[in-house]
Design a protein around this ligand. Structure first.
Ligand code: 8YV
Length: 328
């Protein structure tokens, strides 16, 4: 790789210390206003950058990649999920893609656990009532939710985040069930006392809380279809901190409205920042604005990873977080 500094374009504003470091190391173009680049600006970026640093809010599709100049060699995404990047198109053009796995596992698992607690225990409704001035005081039958302890949690996708959720869930007295392409290591399974379900359908019909923790790929798009969601018990809850597209959001809103599913906690949506009105109208749903990994510590570590990936790549080595489609 060339000895000179790579031209790196950041599509969004990153933490200041990360931007400062990137400016020291690379020929870096920042995005000073924290607004996603327009399509035209993105096209200009791929025509001029050696390295593009996008986020989940940028659609790096085949059409955009086709417009890239031959100088674009690396897409170093700031985030773990890579479903906003057409990996096949990048590979065909010889463009390496990296992400930032591992450093947002615990933060995302915390938010998942928060939703697992918030929905059955009606935390958001309680907060709204307390602020409203309408609270009439304690009552034996007021604001009753459902107990967490002793319930069954079904994790869809037992990767790093799924396992971190399982560890937390054990502490709250939940039993762990999971569906994955293959069972996890027997030692992990034993430690978590986790039950593997090869059949997602069978697991969905038997658990009290479903947590979606798999990546969004062509294989998991609408994995939780209307048909599969309909298998859930009427008393069950669904939590999604992965990607909106893994769940059929319209079917979910419909089943929640008809109380075929008791409640849901969502941090992600299919067409962010849009949240379907059908979901926003429901009292049995807790909605968050994609904050799974939103900690200062996490964002700094994500930035550090981007820097290491860019530097390693530019030094002529394989970057540590190279994304290979088959691994997803
Ligand atoms: C990130 C995420 O903040 O990393 C991911 O996959 O979903 C988020 O928590 C976002 O992707 C940053 O690009």
């Amino acid at each position: 790789m060339s000895q000179s500094k790579p031209k790196v374009i950041l599509t969004r504003k990153l933490p200041e210390t990360i931007e400062t470091r990137m400016r020291e190391l690379f020929d870096t173009t920042l995005n000073d206003i924290d607004k996603a680049l327009s399509r035209d600006e993105l096209e200009m970026a791929v025509k001029t950058a050696d390295v593009l640093v996008p986020t989940v809010t940028d659609k790096i599709d085949a059409d955009l990649i086709a417009k890239a100049g031959s100088q674009l060699r690396l897409i170093a995404s700031f985030g773990t999920g890579v479903d906003h990047i057409d990996l096949g198109a990048a590979k065909a053009r010889g463009i390496t893609v990296t992400n930032t796995p591992g450093v947002l596992t615990e933060d995302t698992a915390d938010v998942t656990m928060a939703l697992i607690l918030a929905v059955p225990r009606r935390i958001a409704e309680g907060d709204a009532l307390a602020r409203s001035g309408q609270w009439q005081g304690w009552s034996p039958t007021g604001m009753l939710g459902h107990r967490i302890n002793g319930k069954r949690l079904g994790i869809v996708g037992m990767g790093r985040i799924g396992e971190a959720v399982a560890r937390r869930a054990r502490g709250f007295g939940l039993s762990v069930h999971y569906h994955n392409r293959k069972p996890v290591h027997p030692e992990t399974e034993a430690e978590l006392e986790a039950t593997y379900w090869e059949s997602l359908e069978q697991m969905l019909a038997r658990v009290d809380i479903v947590s979606v923790n798999c990546p969004h790929t062509s294989a998991t798009n609408h994995l939780l279809s209307r048909e599969r969601l309909s298998l859930m018990q009427r008393s069950a809850y669904l939590v999604n901190t992965s990607r909106g597209e893994v769940v059929d959001e319209i079917a979910l809103a419909d089943l929640l409205a008809r109380r075929h599913i008791a409640g849901a906690g969502l941090d992600v949506y299919s067409s962010e920042p849009e949240i379907p009105a059908g979901l926003r109208a429901l009292p049995n749903v807790v909605l968050l604005p994609h904050i799974g990994s939103a900690t200062i510590e996490g964002r700094l570590q994500m930035g550090d990873k981007v820097i290491i990936n860019v530097q390693t790549f530019w030094d002529g080595h394989t970057p540590p977080d190279r994304v290979i489609e088959a691994m997803l």
